[in-house]
Design a protein around this ligand. Structure first.
Ligand SMILES: Cc1cc2nc3c(=O)[nH]c(=O)nc-3n(C[C@H](O)[C@H](O)[C@H](O)COP(=O)(O)OP(=O)(O)OC[C@H]3O[C@@H](n4cnc5c(N)ncnc54)[C@H](O)[C@@H]3O)c2cc1C
Length: 374
């Protein structure tokens, strides 16, 4: 089997992976970024809306424009991008199995940065296997990347930012959105996104959930019900909505399979999406030389994914001697300060606390390893 070698291999060419590649490659290291898609950018090229956050983190710029800026930086940095290439296995001694063009290759690196992102949660209910039921991210890929409508009339389950933004983008593409359902008593996403939907006449039913999708061979309707604070259906509140599409926007969970395979240690933090890899302040996991960045470390957003990517790229390059300690220290301090700013304020505070828990779990693991208690 053909073997390709590099100083640093980055798995995933989303915002985290691209930033990691730029920082690592700028140091002079030989860097390869591998992604299963035909185009780099991860989630960014699906995001046609203007990003939120601070000016420093490109708020007000559309996601795909941020993607274009990152691709330009990658090109200038000299990192090699290997597309249409799925990393199917992470094996001892930093060996990776990759499928490209129907052929299997071995990739070998001195350092690995896993920036594989996250995947959508699923929800099981009667009719959930009917054609027409899909993740909100799948619907977003269909309209914004493939220019195909998933259906003519959709019901969105979940009112976080993903549910709200994808609902609006479905409408922009020409699909009616019959309703957005939210089990909690309050809308989960930013009110600016909810207001846009309401102005367009889309009802957002809080304290409501889906009971079943109806239809014989595909979705033809949706039965919904009001729920109490424990998400228990309230009798006699069921309604029927005609729809041919049900989109599920019920959270994401980190794409950690490769890290489990390599034997990295995990901790469970529900607010970050479930099991998340332990890592230190340099983004290095419990497996020496294997780093993580972005949604794979716990679901957040593109701006923090980029800063974690910067940190991982600098740290991996420094560990190989491509950055001096002095150069790396000042670059890392700047990235950490920007991350800290992102994780402050009303919405950021909860994320900062969850991330601090993750770093503490790593410190506990290191102390326990030193004393032999696991
Ligand atoms: C609807 C929606 C709206 C959003 N709006 C915003 C916003 O306004 N502001 C903001 O900051 N964030 C926003 N986000 C979040 C943001 O898109 C993500 O947090 C960000 O893309 C995470 O970056 P990442 O690099 O970690 O992962 P991703 O962007 O998911 O990239 C991971 C890449 O790795 C590839 N990959 C995974 N496993 C493998 C493998 N084994 N082999 C090869 N390739 C692999 C994937 O295909 C993917 O290309 C939004 C997300 C959604 C869904």
């Amino acid at each position: 089997m053909e073997k390709i070698t590099a100083d640093i291999v980055v798995i995933g060419a989303g915002p985290a992976g691209l930033c990691a590649a730029v920082e690592a490659s700028r140091s002079g290291a030989a860097v390869i970024v591998v992604d299963e898609n035909q185009k780099p950018g991860g989630q960014l090229f699906k995001q046609i809306h203007k990003f939120f956050g601070s000016k420093q983190h490109l708020s007000g710029v559309r996601g795909y424009k941020i993607g274009e800026q990152l691709l330009e930086a990658v090109e200038k940095s000299g990192a090699q991008v290997m597309l249409d290439s799925l990393v199917y296995g992470l094996f001892p001694d930093k060996l990776m199995g990759v499928i490209h063009g129907g052929k299997s290759y071995l990739l070998e690196a001195k350092r690995i940065i896993v920036a594989a992102g996250a995947k959508e949660n699923y929800l099981a209910f009667p009719g959930s296997t009917l054609p027409g039921v899909m993740g909100a991210g799948a619907a977003q890929t269909m309209v914004n990347i493939n220019r195909v409508l998933p259906g003519e009339r959709a019901v969105m389950v979940g009112s976080g930012n993903v549910g709200l933004i994808v609902s609006y983008q479905l409408m922009q593409a020409g699909c009616d959105v019959a309703a957005v359902l939210e089990g909690a008593p309050r809308i989960g996403g930013y009110s600016v996104h909810a207001a846009k939907l309401r102005r367009a006449g889309v009802p957002i039913y809080t304290s409501h959930t889906i009971v079943r999708a109806t239809g014989e061979t595909c979705v033809t309707g949706v039965e919904i019900t009001e729920v109490d604070r424990n998400l228990k259906p309230i009798p006699d509140t069921q309604k029927h909505i005609e729809a041919d599409t049900v989109c599920l926007a019920v959270g994401l969970n980190p794409m950690t399979e490769l890290l489990w395979m390599y034997g990295c240690r995990f901790t469970y933090i529900p607010s970050l999406g479930g099991h998340v890899p332990l890592h230190d302040e340099n983004m290095e996991t419990t497996a020496p030389g294997v780093y993580v960045a972005g949604d794979v470390t716990g679901v957040e957003e593109a701006s923090s994914a980029m800063e974690e990517g910067n940190l991982a790229g600098i740290s991996a390059a420094q560990s190989l001697g491509f950055y001096t300690e002095e150069e790396a220290r000042s670059k890392k301090e700047q990235a950490r300060a920007r991350l800290c700013e992102l994780r402050s304020g009303y919405f950021g505070k909860a994320r900062r606390e969850s991330k601090e828990k993750q770093i503490h779990a790593m410190s506990d693991y290191i102390s326990a390893s030193k004393t032999g208690v696991d």
